[in-house]
Write a protein that binds this ligand. Structure first.
Ligand SMILES: NC(=O)c1ccc[n+]([C@@H]2O[C@H](COP(=O)([O-])OP(=O)(O)OC[C@H]3O[C@@H](n4cnc5c(N)ncnc54)[C@H](OP(=O)(O)O)[C@@H]3O)[C@@H](O)[C@H]2O)c1
Length: 297
């Protein structure tokens, strides 16, 4: 099976490429600036319509996992034109070609399509983004829904993994780095998420591809947890000093973009349908520890 991953150099896409490449897949890892680590590397700029069509014509993918996005939430708020171009128009070009080349599309969306007033969102809950990033990702969902008959939209929440990707670290690696260096960190107690290990997400998306599951799936970790408690869990698993973690509230932070207070996801649909289930925080962090151990521990 030929699988094209847009965002193949990213935190999720790079792990998915690694997981798929271990099985009998021909993986094409799309990237813009950072050369991917796994799969056949293919440069693609999703904002360039002609370029997207040429890549599809060359690859002729059976499946496209569209994970490329402008993911910096604060920058999306400030650079709205670019955010719209990448997350909405770029998605439109990918969707149009998926239709033209009869490729099954998996679109990676986000928990940030929800406003965070309720938490534990189900697939049928009404999206209502509170920032521009969430708005563009939701518009991306509509591009998919309105133009394809067969697709899967997956929504993770706060992805983390063992390797920096796309030129940046991720939340868990940042926490480990700070605490192991003896630095104090301020973490919010009043924001709730469903942290998602990229390996767990990749295995679930692999199953989605294999079974051509369609519709919307919340594919995050199985635990609703505050940022603060998540950091405490990280400290426990990695044997780091929890006293270095200082509790603060969201209103003490000067984020450019508003954040949803509780964007945690209800994963009961995935728990019921998938053989590869969303994992809880402890299991995920222990897998991460195993992935890091040959290098750092
Ligand atoms: N990270 C999270 O916590 C999180 C949570 C929920 C949902 N999501 C969603 O999950 C997906 C993957 O996120 P991630 O964290 O893995 O992303 P990431 O690490 O920030 O990587 C973004 C990817 O998009 C590519 N990209 C950006 N602009 C592009 C363009 N114009 N054309 C082609 N490729 C472009 C980047 O390529 P280069 O690196 O080569 O420039 C990179 O591969 C995204 O759709 C995101 O919205 C992420």
């Amino acid at each position: 099976m030929r699988v094209l991953i847009t965002g193949g150099s990213g935190l999720f896409g790079s792990k998915l490429a690694e997981v798929l490449a271990e099985s009998d897949y021909h993986v094409y890892s799309g990237y813009l600036e950072h050369v991917p680590t796994h799969g056949e590397k293919i440069r693609i700029d999703i904002t360039d319509e002609g370029n997207v069509e040429r890549v599809f014509n060359r690859v002729r993918p059976d499946v496209v996992v569209h994970a490329a996005a402008f993911t910096n939430v604060d920058k999306c708020e400030l650079e709205r034109e670019i955010a719209y171009k990448v997350n909405v128009i770029g998605t439109r070009y990918v969707v149009n070609n998926a239709r033209k080349y009869s490729s099954f599309l998996v679109y990676v969306s986000t928990d940030y399509v929800f406003d965070g007033s309720k938490g534990l969102y189900r697939e049928k809950d009404e999206p209502n983004p509170v920032n521009y990033y969430g708005y563009t990702k939701l518009m991306g969902e509509y591009e998919v829904i309105n133009n394809l008959s067969e697709y899967c939209i997956v929504r993770p929440s706060v992805i983390y993994g063992s390797t920096p990707a796309s030129g940046k670290t991720n939340f868990v690696l940042w926490v480990i780095d700070k605490l192991s260096g003896g630095e104090r960190i301020k973490i919010v107690v009043d924001q709730w998420i469903s942290p998602t290990l990229n390996t767990n997400l990749s295995v679930m998306v692999k199953e989605v591809i294999e079974r051509k599951l369609s519709g919307i799936f919340h594919l995050s970790g199985a635990t609703r947890i505050s940022r603060f408690d998540f950091v405490k869990a990280i400290a426990k698993v990695f044997d780091l000093e929890v006293e270095l973690v200082i509790p603060i509230s969201m209103d003490q932070l000067s984020w450019v973009a508003k954040r949803p207070r509780d964007s945690s996801l209800d994963v009961s649909k995935a728990m019921k349908v998938l053989r590869n289930k969303p994992l809880d925080v402890e299991a995920s962090l222990n897998i991460l520890k195993g992935e890091l151990s040959p290098i750092n521990y």
